[in-house]
Design a protein. Sequence first.
Length: 239
Amino acid sequence: MRPLTAARPARIVVLTGAGLSAESGIPTFRDGGGLWERHRVEDVATPEAFARDPDLVLRFYDMRRAAAAGAQPNPAHRALARLARKPGVTVITQNVDALLDRAGARDVIHMHGRLDGALCASCGHRWPAPAAMDPHDPCPACGKPAARPDIVWFGERPHHMDRIERALAQADLFAAIGTSGQVWPAAGFVELARDAGAETVEMNLDPIWPSSRFDRRIIGPAGTTVPQWVDSLIGPATD
């Protein structure tokens, strides 16, 4: 991989998942019973669930929004925020908690949306979500009562896929941090990066992905391993 220099910066793509925010107190995975924070995914995280029972879905996301608002960025978020300020770096997150942004990361690609955002299902307008959403909330742009969380539900296309695919096609280094590799299309990003000739690295608390998909692994808690990895790329923080 080329070194990060002002003249010709290496092109680094970072994909983050739930493991990045685990040390901030945000749950990582669904439990063994297939439940997500005591709810079936099918009941709270699909367009069909919202059409069937919008009040339940909005209460669920109100709860998640409040939990995320009470969490704080951890050292892994802050290290990636420092890396994201360098030229040639693209940070993609599957997380909806916005902790990377609150840590100071610039231009994070939120492929699954954000808990702190609302979306008009009619015209596509976005605005900051209130603490409690109501399915009859009018859209500030078109006035229709079509408010929903700005979250990509199961069965929907993630946001910004064209931009993500362009970044992967040009990557020199691809890092998957705190992600299980089970949710598509993010699970296929490593292959797109490998096809582009990128070095690939997995960073997780335990080995999760098949070893053949990555050139190397860095195993351990994100709050320790991510700052060390970022320091190895751009040097230690000076402030």
